[in-house]
Design a protein around this ligand. Structure first.
Ligand SMILES: Nc1nc2c(ncn2[C@@H]2O[C@H](COP(=O)(O)OP(=O)(O)O)[C@@H](O)[C@H]2O)c(=O)[nH]1
Ligand SMILES: [Mg+2]
Length: 320
């Protein structure tokens, strides 16, 4: 059997915790059961607990209540089917593909707080791109944290990818500059920049990020073509706040820019979905931002990544 079944099995494996706690819980609550008000209250509790988000949970539960009271539904199975189809409908046909430059190199700026999973996610992207036959280069702009450059270098060595670095504690924007130069002169297809873990509340660090963005823009027309925000799926509400704050900060990097360069965060890489039973976070992210989730991380190796596909995702979640 082909690629598709392998991918689904892997995604299923990555979502095991959420499926076993959230979906199995719902199933045993609902299968073969008549609906009543107490059961509906329990559905609400479970949706919230899975980090589905208050707004979406309210919308789902209000509709279930209305239909129940109007006598349109009375069986648990109907709720399961309803939830499954509503979940699939949460994501409009957004472009979830990576954006590539018309003329190489494409620059992907990767951002997110410390420990979110940036460097690991970069290794995953790099490997995917490499397997499409593209020449990839990495820029170690996280000069802030001890060991961060080395960590990226180790991935670079394993994958056979050049890593451009500067001094520990040096200027990240200078590394971005060097990496852009090197990418152009070495005929690289895709340059991925690993940035320092910035707390969204630390203004100087946010300014640093906007500086990297504008350095890239000056070196490479239209760059960065993609700004990926890595969010830690296990971080719940914090992850959601970061999505909002990072988007603002990065959009501010190009005030008044009227080109068709994408503004702000262009995509989310939701890492560590395998590490949480609260995989509903992907819905909550949708609730707070229209930025598409482009990839999900489901493990610690460069192969543990899946493009986010709502239909496949919900199927993998609900499959037994
Ligand atoms: N289980 C799991 N762990 C991950 C995933 N992505 C990253 N990690 C782990 O999260 C930790 C922090 O990752 P790192 O890439 O160093 O984060 P950074 O500080 O944002 O660069 C490491 O221990 C990674 O192995 C994932 O998708 N699943
Ligand atoms: Mg890192």
């Amino acid at each position: 059997m082909g690629l598709f079944s392998a991918i689904t099995a892997k995604l299923k494996g990555g979502l095991a915790k959420t499926r076993e706690v959230f979906v199995s819980g719902l199933r045993s609550l609902l299968l073969g059961r008549k609906l009543d008000e107490a059961t509906i209250a329990e559905i609400r509790r479970r949706l919230i607990e899975a980090d589905v988000g208050v707004k979406t949970t309210d919308r789902f539960v209000t509709r279930i209540e209305e239909d129940f009271r109007a006598g349109k539904i009375d069986r648990g199975e109907q709720v399961l089917d309803y939830l499954k189809s509503e979940l699939k409908a949460m994501w409009p046909a957004q472009d979830r593909e990576l954006r590539f430059a018309v003329q190489k190199p494409t620059v992907i700026l990767v951002t997110g707080v410390n420990g979110a999973g940036k460097t690991t996610s970069i290794s995953k992207l790099a490997k995917q791109l490499q397997s499409r036959g593209l020449k990839v280069m990495l820029g170690a702009c996280d000069t802030f944290r001890a060991g961060a450059v080395r960590q990226l270098e180790i991935w670079g060595e394993r994958l056979g990818i050049d890593v451009i670095k500067g001094q520990q504690g040096g200027d990240p924007a200078a590394v971005a500059f060097d990496a852009c130069q090197a990418a152009k002169s070495r005929g690289v297809d895709v340059l991925i920049l690993d940035t320092a873990g910035r707390l969204q509340t630390q203004d100087p660090l946010m300014r640093q990020l906007t500086k990297i963005r504008s350095v890239v823009g000056k070196q490479i027309p239209g760059g960065p073509h993609e700004v990926l925000l890595v969010l830690d799926a296990t971080a719940g509400q914090n992850a959601l706040r970061q999505a909002e704050e990072f988007n603002k900060a990065i959009a501010a990097g190009n005030p008044g820019d009227s080109s068709d360069k994408p503004q702000g965060v262009t995509g989310i890489f939701l890492a560590k979905l395998d590490g949480t039973a609260r995989g509903g976070i992907v819905v909550a992210v949708r609730e707070v931002t229209s930025i598409p989730v482009k990839f999900v991380g489901i493990g610690e190796t460069p192969d543990d990544v899946q493009p986010f596909d709502p239909e496949q995702f919900v199927d993998a979640l609900f499959e037994q």
